[in-house]
Design a protein around this ligand. Structure first.
Ligand SMILES: [Zn+2]
Length: 276
């Protein structure tokens, strides 16, 4: 499955979809898939009364493939808002073992610390991974319909700006998400977006009397509006519903759907762990 601006990285039977700009900037990470090559599910979401030991084992398989320590990864609580947290080494591993320990009340994480992996989870919602040139600072953002409506992308870019990365220096990738081919919405969604964004009308299409919305397209417009160069925005264009063999889809599978992860870290030596 090809996606322009991305490549597949395979390690120990685990595949990751990796933006091409990661390696030259000294970044590690990428987007996970729903299962390993042997068919083993790779749900990485601890919420919803799942077998935590199984999910933690899945997380380890994915983080091993990325090349980071599972216990170092920082997760966001993910509340469909526009909050973005600035993460430092003091928060290393928040949410790695218990969802309740995730950084509260945010859907986006940003850091300029090296060796500090950031992760967000999704099934259908676009995950935005961003970096300054040379990996000066990075961000991971869950931008679903509600987060996109409140422009969490702009909030994340403001946070990167505070970390001395202006939008003109940002490279951004949009991971697998429900595409305009499959994302049927109600009229209220169109009204909400048209009220908030003057260009939103272009992103809705009616087919056989049904209304479809291009959510990744909205995210791209927001990035450009905020000053990111269109040539530095890479949308993998893989629809989670059309590619149900590769990704989870909340729309298709309902509340039992697992989650895949978007992970990003500035490569670097992890500070020595306390053995106490
Ligand atoms: Zn589709």
């Amino acid at each position: 499955m090809k996606a322009r601006g991305f490549h597949w990285s395979r390690s120990n039977g685990i595949s990751l979809l990796v933006p091409d700009f990661f390696a030259p900037f000294g970044l590690v990470g990428g987007y996970s898939t729903r299962c390993a090559e042997d068919g083993r599910p790779l749900d990485i979401d601890l919420r919803g009364g799942k077998d935590a030991d199984q999910v933690l084992a899945n997380r380890r398989l994915v983080t091993d493939a990325v090349g980071v320590e599972a216990d170092d990864v920082v997760f966001a609580q993910q509340v469909h808002g526009c909050g973005v947290a600035l993460v430092t080494s003091a928060q290393r591993g928040r949410g790695a073992r218990r969802h309740a320990d995730s950084i509260p009340a945010v859907d986006g994480l940003a850091t300029s610390s090296s060796g500090l992996p950031l992760a967000v989870m999704a099934a259908d919602c676009p995950i935005l991974l961003m970096s300054g040139e040379e990996g000066a600072a990075v961000a991971a953002v869950h931008s679903g319909r509600r987060g996109t409506l409140v422009d969490i992308a702009a909030a994340a870019l403001s946070m990167l700006c505070e970390l001395s990365v202006p939008p003109g220096d940002v490279y951004a990738s949009i991971g697998p998400a429900i595409g305009p081919c499959c994302y049927e919405v109600g009229e209220k969604v169109r009204r909400d977006f048209e009220t908030a964004f003057p260009w939103a009308g272009d992103l809705f299409r009616i087919s056989a009397g049904r209304l479809f919305f291009d959510l990744p397209g909205a995210l791209k417009r927001q990035l450009v509006d905020a000053g990111v160069s269109p040539g530095r925005i890479f949308d993998c264009g893989l629809c989670t519903v059309c590619h149900g063999d590769l990704f989870y889809s909340y729309r298709k599978e309902g509340s039992a759907a697992g989650r895949t992860a978007g992970i990003i870290a500035i490569a670097g030596r992890t500070p020595e762990r306390s053995t106490a």
